[in-house]
Design a protein around this ligand. Structure first.
Ligand code: IMP
Length: 431
């Protein structure tokens, strides 16, 4: 029985929602393993549109178990708000449908404040452009060994000591920034007040997943963001603060890496990025504007306009390797309809030297000039195509060239936001 990991192969927003939803229908368990409520997934199920940030996509389907793994940073208030929004849409998610790992670090209001304070205090050009949800500061506290974790809410006797430790660090920073210190007693009271609302969801997730695996259940690991936003392998420091590569599904949920059978990389037929940082194929001209308008490239979480550019095969080829991607789901091909010619980046020129990988250093990444291959476009529509025969010859050629350049086959081709507008080459769960 195959377990599937889904990751974004670019900078996020590759159209994971539709594909993850289609896969979640086949899965028994859907697991989030990194990130937090910085993600944004739009799901259209049974004519209803759901916008999820923190919850796994399986949550809107009855009969599926949703799991939040320890690799996630959890804002308890954001969790309750998202559950309330879903309930208002008729989807009531109780502890029988959602389990959260005991060892999940919490995002607290002080993390959100610090995220925003830092972003606002940074000069525009150096700004990461975070979602200001407190993600980075919460991961810092996890690695700094001072985080409050979900299980700590179940131990009221020792909670004040843990809060004191956390605040010894934060109040020092807050004094430096000239903002009021956080009062320990107030924070402990707030945590004690929210505890009974979130603790019913708490579980030993590593054990739960191990049992599910042994029972032959199908597990879907749902990545958030994209591999180029990975804290190690992405465009550092313009990245998110978690590991977004596929291997994180193991450490971020407590399942051994041998249980990850198939990695599906969601890949947009062009490239977008939201927030700051290097983007070699970015187009600031009319073509970029057209891609943004046709592709409706606005963030689900922050509403920000996404930067757009040509497909960068160098980046995706690298991601295929760092994530061990077996097949890609190519999305939004229809956005390329109507162009006379299309460009694909096949290498970079950095300081006069030609290279076929993304350099690790941020300055070199910013100086990387794309080397393009030009391909013929197509005038017919690919929107809604459900078989290869429905596609113009040039579109098939484009897809085949992408496969060749990234060294990975297309498993799924998505031709519109509608779930049935999909060409299935290979079902990841049947691998
Ligand atoms: P953070 O995750 O809020 O710390 O933001 C760090 C970087 O990751 C910023 O450039 C964000 O725009 C980007 N980012 C975070 N979440 C997403 C996402 O779901 N899609 C695309 N970009 C994201």
């Amino acid at each position: 029985m195959a377990n599937v990991v889904v990751v974004g192969s670019q900078w996020g927003d590759e159209g994971k929602g539709k594909i993850v939803d289609w896969l979640s229908e086949q899965a028994d368990v859907v697991v989030r393993f990194q990130g937090g409520h910085n993600a944004g997934h739009t799901l259209v199920v049974g004519g209803n549109t759901y916008k999820l940030s923190l919850l796994p996509s399986g949550v809107v389907r009855p009969g599926k178990l949703s799991v939040i793994g320890n690799g996630v940073v959890l804002d308890p208030q954001a969790l309750l708000d998202e559950l309330a929004r879903l309930a208002a849409q008729g989807v009531v998610v109780g502890p029988e449908r959602l389990r959260i790992a005991e060892n999940t670090p919490l995002i607290l209001p002080l993390h959100r404040e610090l995220d925003a304070l830092r972003e606002n205090a940074t000069v525009e050009s150096a700004r990461i452009g975070t979602t200001k949800r407190g993600i980075g500061p919460a991961y810092e506290d996890k690695v700094g060994r001072r985080a409050i974790r979900l299980v700590d809410l179940a131990e009221p006797a020792t909670l004040p000591g843990k809060v004191e430790r956390l605040l010894a660090h934060h109040n020092l920073i807050r004094r430096g920034l000239g903002v009021p210190e956080v009062d320990a007693t107030t924070l402990v009271c707030e945590l004690n007040a929210i505890a009974p609302k979130v603790l019913p969801f708490m579980d030993r997730v590593w054990d739960l997943l191990d049992r599910a695996r042994r029972e032959g259940k199908k597990i879907l690991f749902e990545g958030a963001q994209g591999a180029l936003l990975d804290i190690d392998h992405g465009t550092y420091p313009f990245v998110t603060s978690s590991n977004t590569v596929a291997g994180a599904a193991s450490s971020g949920s407590g399942i051994g890496p041998g249980a990850l059978d198939y990695v599906l990389g969601i890949t947009k037929a062009y490239t977008t990025r939201v927030g700051g940082g290097p983007f070699p194929t970015e187009l600031t001209d009319a073509v970029g504007k057209t891609l943004g308008e046709k592709g409706r490239e606005f963030g689900v979480v922050t509403g920000r306009a996404r930067r757009c550019g040509w497909f960068d095969a160098v980046l995706v080829r690298q991601t295929v390797r760092t994530c061990g991607i077996h097949g890609i789901a190519l999305t939004k091909l229809d956005v390329l309809d109507g162009f006379t010619e299309l460009k694909v980046c096949v290498g970079y020129k950095v300081d006069g030297k030609q290279i076929d990988y993304l350099p690790a250093e941020s300055g070199a990444q910013a100086r990387a000039e794309p080397i393009y291959e030009t391909m013929e476009g197509w005038q017919d529509s690919t929107a809604g195509a459900r078989s290869w025969a429905d596609l113009p010859a040039e579109a098939v050629k484009y897809v085949r060239r992408v496969e060749e350049l990234i060294g990975c086959p297309v498993a799924v081709l998505s031709t519109s936001p509608e779930r049935d507008d999909t060409i299935l080459v290979h079902n990841p769960f049947l691998a």
